[in-house]
Design a binder for this molecule. Structure first.
Ligand code: ASP
Length: 508
């Protein structure tokens, strides 16, 4: 799609929206207004209903029927699983084509400006989230107040494997994954250092530094590597100008095709999200017991997520745009419900892009800022990692100094960047934060019982922060973008005639 064509489309959209709005305000009869509301927001309403119905049915079945076998739970979760698979299948092609085409369509200095704004926003919000988490966990002291003896859960195989690594290994794996050595492999595997006991040595107390280092390819797309590669490819295509046009058109077209598929898959969200939640509730241990044991910890994380999402982010958003974010948050309900249902920022990414497109955000900003945010910006996860590590330290009565708190802030930030946008990935990267407090990695088992639920909430906040960040970056970049558009248009007055001289500022 050429820029000129995109501008024409934007104009057509604006005209139709303006016409529709005028009609709604003055001429439409009441019943038509309701109908038009249901038509425009029906899917969102049904998705939210899906979350509520799925949750209630899950609780009802759990409390009134006998224990469910894993096979029965698998049957119940099946429709949700299919929905998740469809979304996940879009991640790699959408991520690569969106980032590449977005950067390819901007010139280098413009992509640099957008990238800098996005990274600064991501960094500030993550650091604020960690600091808030630390303040709350220090003030509430959930590890000391009201906690009964915690039960060590049996930790999953994935977490178990990750417990045998050192912090430098995790950090270096993060960097290794950024610089992939095989782009095809990157779509399916990530690099992971594993430590094993040297041959003929069975000493369980052998320090980890003396273990044998092995590089393994772990299943799961290396999203960080794909993001980096797409940024480089997009920049190159942009620099090749006419010669690179064929590739630019290809990636633009692929991105558009993925968005069309997304608009089909999205119709399944009410059912998919509902069944996913019912299945998860059936899997859960007795809620009463869990709340009794981990109640304060749960409340601390929830309070932190709430204050961060609706306080810190709202303030930053207001400072940048002079507008409060709540109306935008309401418009993002579909996205937030999908994030809650899937527990995955990456799987929600197609829905997020679609929704922001509908809100009038410049596609070149959305297609760059959202995939990067879904990969590296996880404020909810960062906050949770800091709270969880200090909660376990309090519970284990491990003394921690101010220096340790600073170290926790740094590792929690790194752990959130390194966490994949998949369910409960934060639990895995938390090993590094625990190591900072001098706690054994297997202590993550103490908080596993509530992790699936907290994961839903932190994913929702992760996705909300990415979306509001995109709206903010779009707002801050509007003048630069319109300058570029004017520069690209053959006739400099053409854009003004088309009415896009606002640089694609968002609709409220
Ligand atoms: N599930 C989260 C996400 O996808 C990551 C995590 O905190 O575990 O954003």
């Amino acid at each position: 799609m050429t820029i000129k064509y995109q501008i024409q489309l934007l104009w057509q959209n604006m005209v139709t929206t303006r016409w529709r709005n005028n009609l709604t305000n003055s001429q439409m009869p009441r019943s038509n207004v309701t109908k038009s509301f249901v038509k425009e927001n029906g899917l969102t309403v049904f998705t939210i209903l899906g979350v509520l119905v799925g949750g209630s049915v899950g609780l009802l079945l759990k409390n009134n029927t006998g224990p469910w076998t894993p096979r029965e739970i698998m049957y119940v979760s099946f429709p949700g699983e299919l929905f998740l698979r469809m979304l996940k299948c879009l991640i790699v092609p959408l991520l690569v084509s969106s980032i590449t085409s977005a950067i390819g369509s901007l010139d280098l200095s413009m992509s640099g400006k957008i990238a800098t704004r996005a990274i600064v926003y991501y960094f500030i919000t993550t650091v604020c989230a960690v600091i808030l988490g630390i303040m709350l966990v220090t003030a509430i002291k959930p590890g000391k107040v009201g906690e009964k003896d915690l039960i060590d859960e049996i930790i999953t195989e994935d977490v178990e494997k990750n417990t045998k690594v050192l912090t430098p290994d995790t950090l270096m794996d993060l960097v290794r994954n950024m610089f992939t050595d095989n782009i095809v492999q990157t779509t399916m595997y990530q690099y992971r250092t594993e430590l094993s006991l040297p041959k003929n040595n069975t000493d369980p107390n052998l320090p980890l530094e003396l273990y044998v280092i092995k590089g393994k390819q772990k299943e799961g797309s290396n999203v960080l590597g794909l993001v980096m590669f797409s940024i480089v490819l997009g920049t190159t295509i942009g620099r090749m100008r006419e010669k690179g046009k064929i590739l630019q058109d290809f990636f633009e077209c692929l991105s558009d095709a993925m968005m069309i598929i997304t608009s089909w898959v999205i119709w399944l969200s009410p059912i998919g999200v509902g069944f996913l939640i019912t299945g998860k509730i059936l899997e859960m241990k007795s809620l009463g017991m869990v709340v009794q044991q981990l109640g304060w910890y749960f409340l601390t994380v929830m309070l932190g997520l709430f204050l961060h999402g609706f306080g810190t982010i709202a303030v930053l958003f207001f400072l940048g745009t002079r507008k409060l974010p709540y109306r935008f948050v309401a418009k993002l309900s579909q996205v937030l419900a999908t994030a809650f249902g899937t527990g995955s920022s990456s799987a929600t990414m197609p829905v997020t892009i679609k929704c922001l497109d509908g809100m009038g955000i410049d596609p070149r900003v959305t297609r760059f800022v959202i995939p990067v945010g879904a990969t590296i910006n996880m404020d909810g996860t960062a906050l949770y990692e800091a709270v969880a590590a200090l909660f376990i330290a309090q519970y284990r009565k491990v003394y921690y100094s101010f220096g340790t708190i600073v170290a926790v802030s740094i590792t929690a930030t790194a752990a959130s960047i390194g966490a994949a946008g998949i369910p409960q990935a934060g639990l895995v990267t938390m090993v590094m934060v625990l190591d900072t407090v001098g706690l054994p990695a297997k202590d993550v088992s103490l908080i596993i019982a509530v992790d699936w639920l907290l994961d839903r909430f932190r994913t929702t906040i992760n996705v909300m922060c990415d979306s509001l960040g995109t709206i903010l970056v779009n707002h801050l970049s509007k003048n630069d973008i319109s300058k570029i558009d004017r520069h690209h248009a053959h006739d400099p007055h053409e854009l003004e005639e088309l009415g896009t001289s606002n640089g694609g500022d968002f609709k409220e």
